[in-house]
Design a protein around this ligand. Structure first.
Ligand SMILES: NC(=O)c1ccc[n+]([C@@H]2O[C@H](COP(=O)([O-])OP(=O)(O)OC[C@H]3O[C@@H](n4cnc5c(N)ncnc54)[C@H](O)[C@@H]3O)[C@@H](O)[C@H]2O)c1
Length: 265
């Protein structure tokens, strides 16, 4: 039997990137996957999954809009009768030096990366409490809780917030059959990273990606399916005693204490 057979999973920001990788792996594991995103592309991504013989449906859903989120969640519950897995993946990262960071940029980053996670979780949690079963996986990052690059004051703050949110909620629902964990990716090859590489060096974004890879002990960026595999594990019964835990997936990027120093090999 596949790991997520008979499970219903909702993934935010699933049109592309880590959300798409997660939706694809969970669908391959047998779940009914509900892909949601602000982009129309979400319908195409879901169709690609069903074309491969796996189960997926899609909805346009802005996680910052509580009434839209509640309406989609009610439709999903009407169609499938339950939601077993919630993946809070949708997020944004706009690189801006702190001195130039407007309140608008700060508000947008907080609204999507933090308030959006609250809104979607609030909409889904009552049905999980009722069935006394649930798996919630939140996308934090190594950025914020552990490391940071310049231009990431807002982003880093939001990803540290997701880590705190995860631990507190995990405690509140620990006796209800619901686990709440966070994943903390390093550099994953998605539009988010590629767009920031283009902003950093519009003439040669590939060179930025190559330089990023050099700083990672495994010598490469991660891919969206590697992210999906970790989420699927945390969503599976094999992970039933894991809760409130931030899990790193970074190719070793946070290991070096002094990159480039004390090199003898
Ligand atoms: N790529 C990385 O290196 C990396 C590292 C650590 C954490 N993350 C996290 O992974 C998650 C996914 O990022 P990604 O790299 O795949 O980025 P991405 O930009 O490729 O995908 C993000 C998706 O979220 C959607 N989205 C944005 N705002 C939304 C909203 N208000 N409502 C619904 N959907 C919305 C976008 O349309 C997009 O499809 C984010 O939470 C990000 O912080 C990424």
């Amino acid at each position: 039997m596949r790991r997520l057979e008979n499970k219903v999973a909702i993934v935010t920001g699933a049109a592309r990137g880590n959300g798409e990788g997660t939706a694809r792996v969970m669908a391959k594991e047998g779940a009914d996957v509900v892909l949601t995103d602000v982009l129309d592309l979400v319908h195409e991504t879901a169709k690609n999954i069903t074309d491969e013989g796996d189960k997926a449906v899609s909805f346009k859903m802005d996680i910052t809009n509580a009434s839209e989120v509640n309406s989609v969640v009610q439709k999903v519950l009407a169609q499938f009768g339950k939601i077993d897995i919630l993946v809070n993946n949708a997020g944004v990262c706009q690189l801006v030096p702190f001195v130039d960071m407007s309140e608008e940029i700060l508000d947008k980053t907080l609204d999507i990366n933090v308030k959006g996670v609250f809104i979607v979780t609030k909409a889904v949690l009552p049905s999980m409490l009722k069935q006394k079963y649930g798996r919630i996986i939140n996308f934090s990052s190594v950025t914020g809780p552990l490391v940071a690059d310049v231009g990431e004051c807002a982003y880093a703050a939001t990803k540290a917030a997701v880590w705190g949110f995860t631990r507190s909620l995990a405690l509140e629902v620990a006796k209800e059959g619901i686990t709440v964990n966070a994943i903390c990716p390093g550099m994953i090859a998605t539009e988010m990273v590629k767009n920031n590489a283009s902003l950093t060096n519009p003439e040669d974004p590939e060179s930025v990606l190559r330089d990023l890879a050099k700083g990672i002990p495994m010598g490469r960026l991660g891919n969206i399916y590697e992210i999906g595999e970790l989420v699927a594990f945390l969503a599976s019964d094999a992970a039933k005693y894991i809760t409130g835990t931030p899990v790193l997936i970074d190719g070793g990027s946070t290991i070096p204490e002094s990159p480039g120093s004390f090199t003898t090999i």
